[in-house]
Design a protein around this ligand. Structure first.
Ligand SMILES: *Cc1c(COP(=O)(O)O)cnc(C)c1O
Length: 397
């Protein structure tokens, strides 16, 4: 390792030669993003359904980096993207992405609508009020948007009951041309989710049939990653894979799983941090804040340069595990703000300057995101979002 310090004084001065703070400066940890794995996952998902794959790259591509991910997916054949906010869509446009972009969170006010129209970003529209604002901003111009329907998630969208009124409004306003209609599945990744998912699918199909009487060309979009992998035969035009693109099998541990899925989905993110010091912890000595761990025998500990400020949750105190030189090393005592102690007693060749894997690793001992999420008491999505956005990312292809 070429030194721990990734702080470069010259690089971190602005034009006025004033030192400025970048969030990643606080972090010695590094997020390695494997863009070939992302591409391969996308190509695998394309084979799982007839629907066009619209990669979901909201929230900075689930912490993997919005722009590099979009660029690689575009090269791999993605023809349309889904982001969260209109602002994320603007970043994609500024990076030269010309494909259609939909904003799942919609355009919330006039300002948002203006930006969406200006940058050709297609917002989700879940309410009559947002439809009204969009029409007001578009004036006589055509505005493209996605009608969002609630078929059972009970989060955002028009209900099936509102379809009649909605069609009346749309038929009165010829500049409002819905490009797509979408809904979201609540339990596609659960063993007992079959019936509810079938009901959602049936409801969505009725809505699409109703809409097509006025808008024959409107596209339909229902499936998330779990939906694609478990219900890929469902007829729809556009699917919205998120978590599976980043290498997670959403059907793991359910009766819907197939061995083929794990064979093909590859992890995209790994997270490493440097070992700053290795020292002895003698029998009876405690370690870290609160003295929650006392050595039952003579031990060796490594102090790793990452903590909750880097997104390695304090909830992992005495629970987490890291991988150093191919061996598992349990977290000892409390996770600190930028440091954490791990047990390397059975890993004698660990040295200062080695890298510890917080997530991933080179061999079969690699820490999977599923495992880390379970230790943490959360899901893979949150692990990616937190570790991925709080640390410096490096890309390989
Ligand atoms: C995040 C999101 C997705 C992607 O879901 P995954 O489970 O990550 O595949 C699809 N559609 C909507 C509306 C979303 O918000």
């Amino acid at each position: 390792m070429s030194g721990h310090n990734n702080f470069n004084f010259a690089e971190n001065k602005n034009q006025d030669n004033v030192l400025y703070y970048r969030p990643e400066l606080q972090s010695l940890a590094r997020v390695n993003v494997n863009l070939s794995a992302l591409r391969d996952n996308f190509l695998f998902l394309k084979q799982q359904s007839q629907a066009e794959m619209m990669p979901v790259i909201k929230a900075d591509a689930y912490g993997h980096g919005l722009i590099p991910c979009a660029q690689v997916l575009e090269q791999a054949g993605a023809r349309i993207f889904a982001v969260g906010t209109v602002g994320e869509g603007v970043l994609l446009r500024q990076a030269g992405i010309g494909a259609p972009i939909v904003a799942l969170l919609g355009a919330l006010d006039e300002q948002d609508c203006r930006v969406a129209v200006q940058y050709s970003i297609t917002p989700f529209v879940p309410t009559f009020e947002q439809l009204r604002v969009l029409q007001h901003v578009a004036g006589a111009d055509q505005a493209s948007f996605v009608l969002k329907f609630d078929t059972g998630m009970r989060r955002l969208g028009f209900s099936e009951n509102e379809l009649g009124v909605l069609l009346e409004v749309l038929n009165r306003t010829p500049n409002l041309q819905p490009f797509m209609a979408a809904s979201h599945l609540a339990v596609a990744d659960e063993t007992t989710g079959g019936n509810y998912t079938q009901e959602q699918m049936a409801c969505f199909s009725r809505i699409i049939t109703g809409l097509r009487q006025s808008f024959p060309a409107i596209k339909s979009s229902l499936l998330n990653s779990a939906g694609i992998l478990a219900y890929g035969d469902y007829q729809s035009d556009v699917a919205r894979p998120g978590i599976a693109l980043y290498g997670v099998n959403p059907l793991l541990g359910t009766n819907l799983d197939r061995p083929e899925i794990d064979l093909h989905l590859k992890p995209v993110m790994q997270v490493i941090a440097p070992v700053i010091q290795v020292h002895a912890l003698k029998k009876g000595q405690s370690i870290s804040y609160g003295r929650t761990f006392t050595a039952p025998e003579d031990m060796t500990v490594a102090i790793v340069g990452a903590g909750y400020a880097q997104g390695y949750s304090r909830g992992l105190s005495s629970k987490g595990v890291m991988l150093i030189k191919g061996k598992r090393c349990p977290v000892l005592g409390r996770v600190c703000m930028q440091l954490v102690a791990v047990d390397v007693s059975s890993n004698k060749n660990v040295q200062e300057g080695d890298w510890a894997y917080l997530l991933g690793g080179e061999n079969e001992q690699a820490i999977t995101v599923h495992e880390l999420a379970q230790l943490w008491g959360t899901i893979s999505y949150e692990v990616f979002c937190i570790l991925g956005t709080m640390n410096t990312r490096k890309y390989s292809i």
